[in-house]
Write a protein that binds this ligand. Sequence first.
Ligand code: NAD
Ligand code: UGA
Length: 441
Amino acid sequence: MKNIAVIGVGYVGLVTSACFADLGNRVVALDINEERIEKLKNGILPIYEPGLGEVVERNVAAGRLSFTTSYKEAIKDAEFVFICVGTPSGVDGEADLQYVRQAAESIAEVMDHELIIINKSTVPVGTGDWVADIIRAKQPEEIPFAVVSCPEFLREGSALVDFMNPDRTVLGSLNLEAADKVAQLHLPLRAPIIVTDLRTAEMIKYASNAFLATKISFINEIANICEALGADVKEVAVGMGYDKRIGPHFLEAGVGYGGSCFPKDVLALKHMAMKEGLHPQLLEAVIDINNYQRQQVINKLRDLLGEDLSGRTIGLLGLAFKPNTDDMREAPSITIVKALLENGASVKAYDPVAMENAGRILKNITFCSNPYEVAEDSDALVIVTDWNEFKHLDMLRVRELMRQPIVVDGRNIYDPNLMQEMGFAYRGFGRGYNGTRIESC
Ligand code: NAD
Ligand code: UGA
């Protein structure tokens, strides 16, 4: 049992707190957002993440997990302090480190014993050294500490499983004794542990996210070529994926990547490279292709409904950036809704869990209580998020409810042939000529 403080109770911090507590440690989780901490103290989760509620509840009841807004309280018994605050995009895409700075300063101000400070936030290369400088400068008296980088690789929607079963644990520090202690903490996760220097660990995180984003933009570019040449990108991806050097994951074409990480991290890496006088042309292409995929929804709707979308009612199924989350950060739905409204269309939408968050961002659209309400009197439906509940809708009922049976499938969840047989004008992404399968040349 170790004493751990976790700074920030967002998607990463709350999962980290709950999972380390579940492994038998005593965790105090801190946030400066009083509303979030108040909710957690009352047993209410501030975010949606499948399974997280039970783990939090179990560990609070066992006395291993508690919540506070006081740095003094969080740090007083801690041996390890995890920084899990946000690092959003700042000016020109550079990572905004204001929350990391505040966290480092607050830790320094109250620390009265030796600490291992572990950075789990995704931060530009060199931030670990910068955090150490801030702490040294802010300490009222000199107390030894170590900074270790331990980037997090979990995905929203499967965060608990990902945290508990990582492919690897990456630790960066020049202080090998501290790195070893952090490695011990991660031993129950039974993943390979890579110990390297701070900067290399920080770069592993950016390189991993940028590579995954590149895979997505690559398959999207292939999808666009497939569409022009009459091939089916889903089958292309399956055929590619069996090659062990390529792998089957992150080859799903569609409206592109969103979320709080890929967009900001690719931009931040590009910014880091440009600051050094480099020309990160691959990263630029990845971003351009991703932006183009969102525009493709509008192009496909114009193709089916005519150039002028004004007066049309477009129904969106899914708003969150991916299924199983309520996170709307950089969701493709935001760009699509904006473009539709600018073109004079009306928008109806439904998402199983993200509508509350969406309501704060998306104004002038109608939120519906189920997919069939969205379909009613819509001129076209757009699948924006691949929630499971959209995969087996009663499509004949959907067709009857719609003003026109038109579907733009931004996540390729439907079979183009079946949709055509049911009487839909259907457009997926990269599914052969206009969504039609070519049987032979
Ligand atoms: P988030 O926005 O959900 O949560 C951040 C939390 O930090 C908020 O609750 C905020 O109130 C709190 N905070 C801000 N300043 C603080 C301070 N000075 N002291 C205490 N708390 C403070 O962010 P997130 O999605 O959990 O991401 C956190 C970091 O982890 C980011 O760097 C992100 O890139 C990285 N990351 C995120 C994911 C993910 O799936 N969301 C996965 C891996 C890595
Ligand atoms: C991603 C990474 O997968 C995590 O390893 C990382 O820890 C995290 O970012 C982070 O740094 O925050 P996340 O954004 O939660 O996780 O979700 P993903 O499953 O990676 O999906 C990201 C976006 O890519 C979603 O919009 C998803 O719809 C899209 N995507 C994913 C595709 O368009 N095609 C695919 O084949 C896969």
